[in-house]
Write a protein that binds this ligand. Structure first.
Ligand SMILES: *[C@@H]1O[C@H](CO)[C@@H](O)[C@H](O)[C@H]1NC(C)=O
Ligand SMILES: *[C@@H]1O[C@H](CO)[C@@H](O)[C@H](O)[C@H]1NC(C)=O
Ligand SMILES: *[C@@H]1O[C@H](CO)[C@@H](O)[C@H](O)[C@H]1NC(C)=O
Ligand SMILES: *[C@@H]1O[C@H](CO)[C@@H](O)[C@H](O)[C@H]1NC(C)=O
Ligand SMILES: *[C@@H]1O[C@H](CO)[C@@H](O)[C@H](O)[C@H]1NC(C)=O
Ligand SMILES: *[C@@H]1O[C@H](CO)[C@@H](O)[C@H](O)[C@H]1NC(C)=O
Ligand SMILES: *[C@@H]1O[C@H](CO)[C@@H](O)[C@H](O)[C@H]1NC(C)=O
Ligand SMILES: *[C@@H]1O[C@H](CO)[C@@H](O)[C@H](O)[C@H]1NC(C)=O
Length: 820
């Protein structure tokens, strides 16, 4: 800079070289003398982070200033300065420390895109510099060593280890993470995360706009969990209180891989760690994890049960669902609440306590319980495990009470709080008083019973049968072929069925198909059942029907739905089955929101279970039963997501025992019917193999056989699958929502087996026993499937307009009487 050096050109050249190599490659600091230009980067001392200009997508010409990981191949931005003010015009931007010690992003035309909001407005003086630390923090520092701004105090959507995120200051919300607007768009999105000001700052919430999207439990439960370990590394996080500031921070053990906490634009808070082997970010944990985790998704008083394999909404003891088809309507009390001294509280252990609590300071547990039980407007209380840090020194009170509906509850699988919910009267009553009320009632009842007895004896034996059919459950003892006593088979009275289904009300209807409608009902006030009301005109006599049902009820296999009983009333016939709360497979498979709840291992289990169930029907039961209407909506799922085939034996029950192989009554569903059955009415066990093959392809792909428009350029799923298989691209068939982490050889083998099952010629299709074998023995070589001949009912049935065939493209059953 002075005249002496200017006279030695070689020396200045060397200095320049030194400047260039250090300035452009590896400097970690920005000084007033040298602003940062596009193409330049600052690299932290240690090489973990870089700061510079970036474009989130290749196509876009928007430039942002940001910090990213320097030593990994994937551009992973952890901080953005001018997120809402990208540099788009072709100008030359620069990030500079001004003579006034400000950090400013501006361009050659003098426009300012971003300025660091420094702590001290005046008396800054000159000579500040900014340095990028190896933790990923960009710090603006005065020459005397005082930090006046740091990127850790002004985060975007990412929290890094050692960062202290200011949750609240003087009991006000201070910091907020705000997610990107979308992939490749760093601008301020709708999703944000902060402490919840309406909760005494006791809980944090992920917001969608101004509405809560996910609520962490009261602070202790989630935010200050310490000692999470993953892949042998430990992470501790917690809240730190200093004066009137509350921070949230996390640290990882030395030598851990890169770890960051990201608020993703999809509303999820994710803890991610870099995997050196796969060279990608792995999700260590995230929230929300399930559909019913989302804020209030189980409605008032409903809770999301996280101890289930697939979390679902449930009701507390003493409550029932308002609408079993729409969980978000929540739960209601089975008995109206009348406020009495005798009210008791049901204990719900391990709960994430509900939102909208009142925090009552300075109460012991007993005082808290007493306070709630004496006040009728108190619906619930909890003695939450708040950390001492949150409460301030010396205050050990943890009493939370609720006065309105309980919203956003969750049953956790790990440690959480007990919640006490007010119920109606206590079952344990004052005995003296109870007896006073009950004595006259008992006397009345005895008198009535005596009268009935006298009346019954008088009426005599001729009325016996009528009385019997009126009994609630009548057990009919049947005998099998050998004449041995066997299962007891209940006949349920029509009256009870009417009561159980609320007179077949539409709100109780679960679905309908070719055989009739299915209703949900409750028998005996305790057992949930599904009741199938067969359409009229089965053409079968009562006696025949009863014999068929008794035979079918003897089929017992873990992959078949249990038939519990039946009912005959005039010309109405009804079957009573066990009720499965997860309903049918199509509800998961073809629903974009539920698809991801059945990951590949579950799908494979379903495929195997269905195959075993059909094999049992075909050959292991003493009757050979051909199902004839296998489809996703006939596969029900139990609590563990094990499949149970329903509607088996329907053809038998409906049409009587059929020995002939050709039938004039075609029962089935378009798309699942094998060509020979759909066209000629010829059915055999191989027709079921065909339907199974279609079902298998649906399970793998998540595509419906009956919606061919989903698959561009292919007439149907089978042709599509075959073409992909032929080109060795079977992975393209796999449902994108399970593609991640799914063992490709297993999936590919399944598709291959599926294609063998849907071959046009029945003789080429394997028996179900062979299918089960191929699914279980993964090394057995498989034959090559033949190319499918595309058929559609329209092409195959020129006389279609003239006969009574009813075709439906959706998943309703097809019942057609063919005039052949
Ligand atoms: C962006 O460009 C890089 C290098 O040119 C390339 O590797 C990457 O795949 C591109 N990304 C996208 C999304 O096109
Ligand atoms: C990741 O692998 C690179 C080399 O591939 C190595 O330099 C680096 O130290 C590894 N990082 C960790 C955290 O193991
Ligand atoms: C946030 O709310 C908007 C509008 O209600 C909605 O379109 C969007 O899907 C929501 N975001 C998430 C992650 O659910
Ligand atoms: C990295 O990924 C591989 C493959 O998924 C896994 O086996 C390994 O445990 C992971 N390593 C770490 C440190 O996460
Ligand atoms: C379920 O109930 C909620 C609340 O009553 C309502 O907003 C929503 O539209 C219902 N959803 C369906 C599918 O009926
Ligand atoms: C806490 O409650 C007790 C009685 O329950 C009372 O004596 C005490 O003064 C209270 N302390 C505070 C700080 O309110
Ligand atoms: C009952 O609790 C409510 C809400 O906490 C309160 O407003 C009301 O004053 C209480 N009533 C009595 C009698 O304590
Ligand atoms: C409170 O929670 C911590 C862990 O978060 C646990 O160790 C402690 O036992 C709990 N205290 C009570 C009283 O439940």
């Amino acid at each position: 800079m002075d005249r002496r050096t200017a006279s030695i050109p070689v020396f200045i050249f060397l200095i320049l070289l030194l400047f260039l190599s250090s300035g452009c490659q590896s400097a970690d600091r920005l000084t007033q003398a040298k602003p940062l230009l596009p193409g330049d980067v600052l690299i932290s001392n240690g090489g973990d982070f870089a700061l510079g200009f970036f474009s989130p997508t290749n196509s876009s010409n928007s430039l942002y200033i940001g910090i990213w990981y320097h030593s990994i191949p994937e551009l992973t931005v952890v901080w953005v300065g001018n997120r809402d003010n990208p540099i788009t015009a072709p100008s030359t931007p620069k990030l500079a420390v001004t003579s006034n010690s400000e950090l400013v992003l501006s361009d050659s035309k003098g426009r300012t895109f971003w300025t660091a909001k420094t702590k001290i407005a005046t008396a800054r003086g000159a000579g500040a510099f900014a340095v990028l630390s190896n933790e990923g923090n960009f710090v603006l520092r005065l020459p005397r060593g005082m930090d006046i701004w740091q990127s850790f105090d002004d985060p975007t959507d990412t929290m890094l280890p050692t960062m202290r995120f200011l949750l609240s200051y003087k009991a006000q919300v201070a910091g907020r993470f705000v997610a990107w607007k979308g992939p490749g768009d760093p601008s301020t999105g709708d999703i944000s995360c902060s402490i919840d000001p309406t909760s005494n700052n006791l809980q944090a919430v992920i917001w969608n706009g101004t509405l809560p999207y996910f609520r962490y439990g009261v602070v202790n439960n989630d935010l200050s969990v310490s000692g999470v370990t993953y892949h042998g590394n430990s992470l501790s996080q917690g809240t730190v209180i200093t004066g009137d500031k509350m921070y949230w921070t996390f640290t990882v053990s030395p030598g851990s891989p890169y770890t960051r906490l990201l608020l993703h634009y999809t509303g999820k808070m994710r803890l991610l760690s870099w995997n050196n082997t796969t060279s990608s970010w792995a999700v260590v944990s995230e929230a929300p994890t399930a559909d019913c985790d989302r804020y209030a998704s189980c409605g008032p008083f409903g809770y999301c049960d996280h101890t289930e394999a697939i979390p679902t909404c449930r009701c507390p003891d003493g409550f029932e669902l308002v609408d079993s088809l729409n969980f978000s309507k929540g739960c209601r009390r089975k008995e109206a609440l009348r406020c009495r001294k005798g009210n008791h509280f049901t204990i719900m252990p391990n709960m994430k306590v509900p939102d909208k609590f009142l925090f009552i300071r300075n109460r012991s547990f007993d005082q808290c319980a007493a306070e709630c039980s004496r006040n009728c407007s108190c619906m619930a209380y909890a003695y939450a495990n708040l950390s001492a840090a949150t409460m301030g020194v010396g205050d050990t009170s943890r009493c939370l009470v609720w006065t309105g509906d309980l919203i956003d509850l969750e049953k956790a699988s790990s440690f959480a709080d007990n919640l006490y919910v007010r119920l109606g009267e206590s079952p344990v009553q004052n005995n003296g008083e109870l007896l006073k009320i009950l004595l006259p009632i008992i006397a009345c009842l005895l008198l009535l019973a005596f009268a009935a007895l006298v009346w019954k004896c008088k009426r005599g034996k001729q009325q016996k049968n009528k009385v019997q059919t009126k009994m609630m459950l009548e057990y009919f003892r049947s005998t099998d072929e050998a004449g041995n006593k066997s299962i007891e088979f209940p006949f349920v009275s029509f009256h009870d069925i009417v009561a159980a289904t609320d007179n077949f009300s539409d709100t109780n209807m679960l679905g309908k198909g070719g055989f009739g409608k299915v209703y949900k009902g409750m028998l005996d006030g305790t057992t949930d059942v599904a009741i199938k009301r067969l359409s009229k005109g089965s053409g079968q006599g009562t006696e025949e029907f009863r014999n068929e049902v008794v035979l079918i009820a003897k089929l017992q296999h873990k992959n078949l739905v249990k038939l519990l009983g039946c009912c005959i009333h005039e010309d109405e016939k009804m079957l009573v089955y066990e009720y499965l709360p997860n309903k049918s497979l199509d509800r998961f498979l073809f629903d974009s929101a539920r698809k991801s709840m059945v990951q590949w291992p579950t799908r494979f289990k379903i495929i195997q279970g269905v195959a075993r169930g059909i094999m049992y029907l075909h050959q292991d039961s003493r009757l050979t039963i051909i199902h004839r209407d296998l489809k996703a909506s006939n596969i029900l799922l139990d609590k563990e997501m094990s499949p149970k085939i329903s509607d088996f034996g329907m053809a038998r029950i409906f049409c009587g025992d059929q020995h002939q192989v050709n039938t004039n009554r075609i029962v089935g569903t378009y798309g699942y019917m094998s060509p020979e059955y759909a066209m000629e009415g010829a059915f055999s066990v191989k027709s079921d193999t065909y339907s199974f093959g279609v079902l298998l392809l649906e399970i793998v792909s998540g595509l419906k056989i009956s919606s061919p428009h989903l698959i561009l350029d292919f007439p149907n799923l089978i042709v599509y699958a075959w073409n992909l298989w032929k080109d060795g691209k079977t992975e393209d068939l796999v449902d994108p929502s399970v593609k991640e982490n799914c063992p490709f050889d297993e999936v590919s083998r399944c598709i291959h087996i599926g294609l063998l099952c849907v071959q046009d010629s029945p003789n080429s299709r394997p028996l179900m026993s062979a299918v089960v074998f191929m699914l279980e023995n993964k090394t057995t070589p498989l034959p090559i499937p033949m190319q499918p001949v595309y058929f559609s009912c329209r092409d195959a049935d020129p006389g279609r307009t003239g006969n009574s065939r009813v075709l439906s493209m959706n998943d309703m059953s097809l019942t057609a009487l063919e005039g052949r």
